[in-house]
Design a protein around this ligand. Structure first.
Ligand code: COA
Length: 378
């Protein structure tokens, strides 16, 4: 935190504009987002998710042989312990994929022989396992809840390719793989967002990597953070057609309800990731001949931006993109979690490497000079 005086400082609502730590992973400056100094537009256009993960974790882009080895390692380590699959089969039917992921990551630690090994080498190996296995958990759970057996990952597929393969049990379309890969890149890291800050606060106590990831998942789950994309899809489903957008949104705005997928705590002139997802949504709408989801989204954007000045954030167009990829809406936030795990791990390792316990102060606004009241007099 900026400073701690002898007198407790005044609270900053939501820690807005408080610079909590220094980091060399991700920057948001003047509305421009970079990972390790490379602008998100270049990463999204030229990169693959594995290259971006390598960049986030090791601070540079991988060479050809390093990338091949890294991809193979990720695919190999993505295999789930059979005991974990058995455990997931016992979950009550009403368990949501995000609840399953929260529990499964905690259980992944139990089955990981290195879970409590805090050496940098063990943390590097665990990073690969956690990222690979998280995607496998989400895909496996969707199959289990639909009465199907989980499918093992393939060594020759990328993380995005393997996710779609494990979800459907058949070779994924290259276009779908590229779309998901790009969405993964756009969601990979975002400076001190709520879940990454949670991961760093946890890691700063020197808890293990699985525990810090669990904490981050819990923070991502909320509708004001990663849960927003699922809420956007719910809204699109409720609206149903482009003709119904105007009345629906005007009514929400009139009753001061938040429109999910709009606004941002840091960007005030637009989220630089949104335009990429908007374009992907447009292209996928055309390709699948289901342009109504894209059209509804554009209409919503016109009204919300026109009347409130609020711009779409990363969650808004990712909803229609995932829907076009035929992904059930309650997997949207788990997919965000899979991608953001790459950023969480980069931040957890950075925290371990130059650790300082994160312990801010609270401004006390409660009563003072109170006295104990005996139970008979209360
Ligand atoms: N729809 C309608 N109004 C919104 C809004 C939205 N999505 N986001 C912010 N506002 C309004 C608030 O109602 C508030 O209005 P008021 O001053 O009249 O009370 C004002 O804008 C400031 O809102 P606040 O929530 O304090 O802004 P913030 O910068 O702290 O919030 C978010 C950032 C992301 C939490 C907020 O924009 C939001 O809740 N968005 C919807 C959820 C979402 O998409 N989350 C994903 C973020 S990537």
């Amino acid at each position: 935190m900026t400073q701690v005086a002898t007198q407790p400082p005044q609270a900053t609502s939501g820690l807005r504009d408080v610079v909590a730590l220094s980091s060399d992973i991700c920057s948001i400056e003047d509305g421009v987002l970079t990972y390790r100094g490379i602008v998100i537009d270049e990463l999204a256009e030229f990169g693959t998710f594995e290259e971006i993960v390598y960049l986030l974790w090791y601070g540079r882009l991988p060479k050809l042989d390093e990338l091949a080895e890294f991809k193979a390692d990720l695919a190999e380590q993505a295999q789930l312990p059979s005991a974990l699959i058995d455990m997931m089969k016992t979950f009550p039917k009403r368990t949501t994929p995000m609840e399953c992921l929260r529990t499964a990551v905690s259980a992944m630690a139990i089955f990981d022989p290195e879970s409590e090994d805090m050496s940098p080498a063990a943390n590097q190996r665990k990073a690969v396992r956690i990222l690979g296995q998280m995607a496998s958990v989400v895909a496996a759970y969707d199959r289990i809840r639909n009465g199907r057996e989980p499918v093992s990952p393939k060594r020759d597929l990328s993380l995005a390719g393997n996710f779609l393969y494990m979800l459907r049990g058949m070779a994924p379309e290259p276009l779908a793989v590229r779309a998901l890969d790009k969405a993964y890149i756009l969601h990979a890291d975002h400076e001190l967002n709520a879940s990454t800050f949670t991961a760093r606060v946890s890691a700063a106590t020197l808890t293990d990597m699985h525990s810090a990831i669990c904490a981050a998942i819990c923070a991502l789950k909320g509708p004001l953070h990663g849960g927003a994309n699922e809420q956007v899809m719910k809204m699109l489903n409720e609206i149903g057609s482009p003709a119904s957008v105007e009345a629906y949104i005007r009514q929400k705005l009139a009753s001061h309800e938040k429109i999910m997928g709009f606004g941002h705590a840091v960007y005030k002139n637009g989220d630089p990731r949104a335009k990429h997802l908007r374009e992907m949504s447009r292209q996928l709408g055309k390709l699948t001949r289901q342009e109504q989801w894209y059209e509804m989204s554009v209409k919503i954007e016109d009204i919300v931006t026109g009347s409130k000045g609020l711009k779409p954030n990363v969650d808004f167009y990712s909803a229609s993109v995932y829907h076009y990829l035929n992904i059930p809406s309650d997997l949207f936030t788990p997919i965000f979690a899979i991608s953001r795990t790459s950023g969480w791990i980069a931040h957890i390792n950075e925290q371990y490497a130059r650790n300082k316990l994160i312990r801010p102060r609270a401004e006390y606004i409660g009563p003072r000079n109170q006295h104990w009241i005996g139970i008979e007099k209360r």
